[in-house]
Write a protein that binds this ligand. Structure first.
Ligand code: GTP
Ligand code: MG
Length: 195
């Protein structure tokens, strides 16, 4: 994918009306701090257009990044941010649910998981939630640079087994440090989501 332009076009708060963009949308979900905004920056070839932070809970709105004025990458707020109040957590959950349920241009939902850890109950719930809404979650195992090469296959299997992913279901390892996996993810998006 050649990135001709990338811009943060729409920011949706908890009470905002969700936009009807009229163009394909590709969403990125996952636990707080897993690397959603970093991945979106990596895909866009931008260092910091999507704000990232070592503190979980950075992205608290649904952010729509317009790519080449043709489609959107959608950065969802992270779940499982334990220090947020129950109210805040519930409203984020409802916002994500509302988006998944009502989006008419949503072509795919990527679910990001840290390659180092087995998915937890929240991750499994999100995976099933995406499935229940009629999408097959495409899993991205982030922070690939944090484990030894010899551990990669074992960790990928752990993610697959814990989530109960089907045999053919897609799983992409990715590192926002080395950008390993970037081409494969774009190739998938171009082939499977944008036509
Ligand atoms: P929220 O907005 O809180 O939901 O988090 P997020 O999922 O958008 O995570 P973000 O991209 O802000 O990254 C969180 C932290 O992890 C930052 O300090 C990133 O630099 C770091 N990080 C993200 N991806 C990677 C990666 O592939 N490798 C390494 N080593 N660090 C990463
Ligand atoms: Mg973020």
């Amino acid at each position: 994918m050649q990135i001709k332009s990338a811009a943060l076009d729409i920011v949706c708060g908890v009470t905002s009306k969700l936009p009807d963009t009229g163009q394909a949308e590709i969403a990125f979900a996952g636990k707080s701090n897993v690397g959603k905004s970093s991945l979106i920056n990596g895909l866009m070839n931008r260092k910091s257009l999507a704000r990232t932070s070592s503190q979980p809970g950075k992205t608290q709105t649904i952010n729509f990044y317009h790519i080449n004025e043709e489609f959107y990458l959608v950065d969802l707020p992270g779940y499982g941010y334990t220090t947020a109040s129950v109210n805040v957590r519930q409203s984020w959950g409802r916002m994500i649910e509302r988006y998944l349920k009502t989006a008419t241009n949503l072509k795919a939902v990527f679910l990001l998981l840290d390659i180092r850890h087995a998915p937890n109950a929240n991750d499994k719930q999100m995976y099933d939630w995406v499935l229940d809404n009629g999408y097959t979650p495409i899993v991205i195992a982030t922070k690939l640079d944090k484990i030894k090469r010899s551990q990669v296959q074992k960790q990928l299997k752990l993610l697959r087994d814990t989530l109960g992913m089907e045999k053919g279901a897609k799983l992409f390892p990715y590192s926002s440090v080395t950008k390993a996996g970037r081409e494969e993810i774009w190739e998938f998006i171009e082939k499977e989501c944008l036509n």
